[in-house]
Design a protein around this ligand. Sequence first.
Ligand SMILES: NC(=O)c1ccc[n+]([C@@H]2O[C@H](COP(=O)([O-])OP(=O)(O)OC[C@H]3O[C@@H](n4cnc5c(N)ncnc54)[C@H](OP(=O)(O)O)[C@@H]3O)[C@@H](O)[C@H]2O)c1
Length: 286
Amino acid sequence: MRASPECELNLTPGSLIMLVDAESRLPRKDPIVTALFDVSGKVALVTGGSRGIGRMIAKGLVDAGAKVYITSRTGCEEAAAELSRAGECLPLPADLSSEEGVGSVARALRSAEPALHVLVHSAGAHHVAPLEEHAPEAWDEVWSVNVKSFFRLVQELQPELRAAARPGDPARVIAMGSADGARVPQMDVYAYGASKAGLHHLVAHLARRLARRGITVNAISPGAFPTDMLRPAIDEWGEETVMQQVPMRRFGEPSDIEAAVLYLASRGGSYVTGAVIPVDGGLTLV
Ligand SMILES: NC(=O)c1ccc[n+]([C@@H]2O[C@H](COP(=O)([O-])OP(=O)(O)OC[C@H]3O[C@@H](n4cnc5c(N)ncnc54)[C@H](OP(=O)(O)O)[C@@H]3O)[C@@H](O)[C@H]2O)c1
């Protein structure tokens, strides 16, 4: 990043593209940074955008000027209303474990927008149970939400993604993978860990297939973010012990995930496809 010596980065959430002049303290837009990470005017769909990491992503995109649709089974309208205070956020409530839910999201998006610039799949299901008790139904739920619905949304929304693609500015698909898909998980999350490893593989497969169609496909692999999904680990081991497993000794913060998504969704990330980017404080290395 090229900042002149008299400037410093002001890294408040949602203001990645702002530079502050150290003498006057007046914020100003740096044309280089703005051009690289600008997503204003883009249309984005964030599954699982009602809470947790998906909400962090939706907020980051709304704050940066994108028009954002979010999905979830519950709390979708409330979350969209709150996020709309800073910009434009619209709810598409649906159960993505069902074909009907996937279809309803695709139909609603298609009828509202001719083009989709950014598709983020953050909806995720998790199941923790000892080997002997890991239920077959859990496999169905976890794989449907984490892998199948991602594939089906890309399949269904491919025309809208292709319609958004421009030379040098492809449409972007971003999936939330997991450190648990890149290493043997610490917890008894057999279906979940396998689903995330499968998702990473699917991202590479789709990236190769869609590269010539103007669509990049990448995954972000989060480590430990203190959301509802991390609750079983915190309940079992305690917050301090979970944090101690992370080489950087802290949980992920909203700005960590927002910045990675803004990079992949903007001109700065336009030549990146098929990547799994760890945003995990080094957790995958343990
Ligand atoms: N938190 C972490 O430390 C961590 C680490 C690695 C990877 N990840 C990944 O990051 C993503 C987000 O995780 P998170 O921590 O934000 O989880 P979370 O707080 O549990 O949120 C999950 C989101 O997915 C939605 N969702 C779950 N099942 C759904 C279904 N059947 N249909 C539609 N939406 C559904 C939830 O809304 P409803 O329940 O209302 O439907 C919610 O919006 C997941 O893919 C997860 O695997 C998280």
